[in-house]
Write a protein that binds this ligand. Sequence first.
Ligand SMILES: *Cc1c(COP(=O)(O)O)cnc(C)c1O
Length: 406
Amino acid sequence: MADFDGLSDALNLRKAQSLYRSRRLLTSAQQPQQQIDGKDVISFCSNDYLGLANHPKVKEAFTKAVELYGVGSGASHLVNGHSALHHELELTLAEFTGRDRAVLFSTGFMANMGSITALVGRGDAVLQDKWNHASLIDAGLASAAKFKRYQHCDLASLERQLLSCSDAGRTLIVTDSVFSMDGDIAPLAELADLADAHNACLMIDDAHGFGVLGTTGAGASEQFQLSQDRLPVLMGTLGKACGTFGAFVAGSEELVETLIQHARSYIYTTALPPAVAAASLASIELIQTEGWRRDRLQQLISQLRAGIERIGFPLMESGTPIQPVLIGDAELALKISGKLEENGLLVTAIRPPTVPDGTSRLRITLSAEHTEAQVGRLLSVLGDVYDQLSTQEREQLSQARTKLLV
Ligand SMILES: *Cc1c(COP(=O)(O)O)cnc(C)c1O
C-alpha cells in the first residue's frame, strides 16, 4: 500500500517531538522485580498498587474457577455468559461500596463509555474535569449531550458551567476521584454539594481509588463517606489495585437496570472470563482483610516524597501511590527515564497528548510489595541523575517548579 495520507510523515513528526511511544516486552509477572526487554528491572510504573496481580490466593482462585467454568465466558451477559461467579462478584462489590447494586463491565473504558452514553444524550449536559481520563472524555463526546470541561478541581469554574446548562434535561457531573497522571484527589464532598444544589447527578471514576482509599479499601466513597444519594454513579476498575481485570458501576437499582438495558458496551460484548471474576473475589477479600497493604503504601509514599524533595526534583502534590515528578520538557523527561532504566529502574515518562504540553513528567507509582530498599535505590539513582544535569536542564526544572505553584 502506498503511504496512506501521510501516515509515515505524521509518525516521523511524533518521533522528532520525543512523543513516539513504543511497547516493551514483559517476560515475568506483574510485580516490582520484573524482566522487561530481557533485562531485570525494578518497576515503578505499574498500577498494581497493593501487589495483588501475582498473589498466590488470587492465582489459586483463578485456577480453581478455570477447572469448573473453563476459560471463555462464551457469550454476553444478556445471552448466556452471566455466570454465578460474575453474579457473586456484583453482589460483593455492591455490599463493599455500600450501594444497592453493581454491574460488571469488561473494562473500565467500556464502563465509562457505556454509562455516560446510557445516562445522557441529546438535550442533556455532561460536565467534566478537564483532566479526566480519556475514556470519560471520549464517552462525553460520544454521548450527544452538551459537553463541557471545567478547570481542574475548580468548583467556581464548574458552577459557571452548571448555570450555563440550566436548560438541560439531565446534567451529569463526572470526575476522576484520583487523577491518573497527577495523583491528586478531586474535592468530592464539595462536588456532591454542587451537584445537589444544581439538581445534577455526580459520577466518579474510582479507578485509582478502589482498593487504595478508605479504611477498608472500598475507595473514594468510603474515604469521603459519600452515600449512594450523594454520589449516585460510582464506577471502579478491577485491573489496578484489585490486581485482576474488569470494572463495575455501582448505585441504585434503577441505575444498574438502566445500564443493563441501555449501555451498548455492556450489551454488545462478551462477558469477562468467569475465572477473572473469581480472582477478583479473592482480591477483594485481601483488600478487606489485609489493611497492612495500605499502611505499607503510606510508609513508602512518605519515604519517597521526603527523598525526592531532598534531592530537589519538582514533586507534584499527592498523597496517593501515584507520585509524579514534574519535568516539563518531553525530551528531558525521556532522557531521565532512560538514565533510570540504564540503572535497572523502570519509570515511565508521561508526555503529551496524555498530559498538557510543557508538563511532561516521570510518573512514579508505588506498590505495597516494594521494599524500603527498592525505594531507597530509586532515590539514590535519582540523586545521581540530578547531580549530572546540565545548567540548562536544571533551569528547565526550575521552570517546571513554577508550574507547581500555580
Ligand atoms: C485505567 C483507567 C480506566 C480504564 O480502565 P480499564 O479497565 O483499564 O479499561 C478508566 N479510568 C481511569 C481513571 C483509569 O485510570
